[in-house]
Design a protein around this ligand. Sequence first.
Ligand code: PLP
Length: 392
Amino acid sequence: MITPLMPTYARAELAFERGEGPYLYTEEGDQFLDFGAGLAVAALGHSHPHLISALTKQAARLWHTSNMYRIPHQERLAKRLIENSFAGTVFFSNSGAEAIECAIKTARKHHAARGAPERYRLITFEGAFHGRTLATIAAGGQQKHLEGFGPPVDGFDEVPFGDPNATAAAITDETAGILVEPIQGEGGVNIPSEAFLRDLRRLCDENQLILILDEVQTGLGRTGKLFAHEWSGATPDIMAIAKALGGGFPMGACLATEDAAQGMITGSHGSTFGGNPLAMAVGNAVLDVILEPNFLENVLRVASRLYEGLAMAQERYPTVVEEIRGVGLMIGIKCRAENRALVKALIDQRLLSVAAGDNVVRFLPPLIIDETHADDAIQRFERACTELSQNT
Ligand code: PLP
C-alpha cells in the first residue's frame, strides 16, 4: 500500500524537533551536528535570532499580498542583490528550480526580443543538476531523473563539464546561451579549472550568447565569496540563486543584466507566491548577516581548519577516503568506501552530511560555524572512518 507521503525520498529514520546554531535535536533529545544544513539552506544555522525576529515581526504584520501590488521588502531585497552583484534586475521565485526556469525563459526571450527566436538552445554540462521540473531535468540531462516522464523538454545540448573546446564546438545558430554551475554540487563537488568560467564568458561574448550561472547551491557565501563566480573574475548575464537566500524560508531569485532581461516585460513571467512580504522580510534579514564585515572571512578561516583535519583523516584512512575537494564550506569527500555507508557511519556519530554523485559525501555546514565545530566534526569523522575501515 502506498504511504501517505508519496514515496519519492529515501529518508533516514530520523526526525528533528528543534535546532539551534549548527545543532539539531531529535524528540528524544539526541543532539546532531548538522553539516548538511538542509542541503546548503540553513546557512545561518538554525533558530538564528535575527531571522526569528524578522520573521515574527513580519508575520504579525502582513504575510501575502501577491505581485498585483508593490512589495517594498521585495524592492529593497532586489536593490541590495543588485548592489552586491553584476545584475540590473531581479525576479523572485519560491525555489531553485523556479529560479532556473526564469533564467532559461529570460535567455530565450532575450534572443526573441532581438529578432532571433530560433536561438533558444542552451549548452549544458554532464553531471549537472538544476532541479526537478520538466525543463530543469532536461537541462540536468540525467537519465535517472528523465526516465518515464515522456519526451524531455527540447533545447539542451550537453557537453563534458570543464571542457571549453567541446562547448565551443557545440555552438550553433540556434544557441541562446550556456547554463552552468560554477561548482557542480549534486554531481559531486566537481570543480572546473580556474579558467573555465572565463573561457565560457569569452565564448559568450564572441557569439552573443547569454551566460547563465546556477548559483543555487554555491551562492550567498558558501564558497567564501558572496557568489562563487567571483573567484574566476568572470561575471554572468543571468544567475539563479535560492537555498541560503531564505536561510530555510523557501525562496529563490533570478538575477539578470538589463540587456539579458530585455525581453522580460509585463506578462512574460509570474508567480503567485514569489517574493511575498514574509519571504522578503526573511531574505533581507539573511542578507543583513551575510553582508556583515568578516562573515566571509569566517567561512574561509573555518574551512581551512576543516580541510586540514580532513587531509589528515585522508592519510589515516586511505581505504575510506580517496580525495578531499571543495571551495570554502562546499566540501566534497570522494570515497573509496561506499558514500552512503559513510553518511550512515557519520549519522552513528551524530554528524549529518549529504551524499552526492561520483561517490562523494558533502559537508555543507552552516556558514556560522567556528573552529570548535570544525574540530568536533573532524573527531566525529575520524570515528566514523575507524568504524568503516574496520568493516572493509
Ligand atoms: N540548482 C542547483 C545547483 C541545486 O543544487 C539545486 C538543488 O539542489 C537546484 C538547482 C534546485 O533547487 P530546488 O530544489 O530549490 O528547486
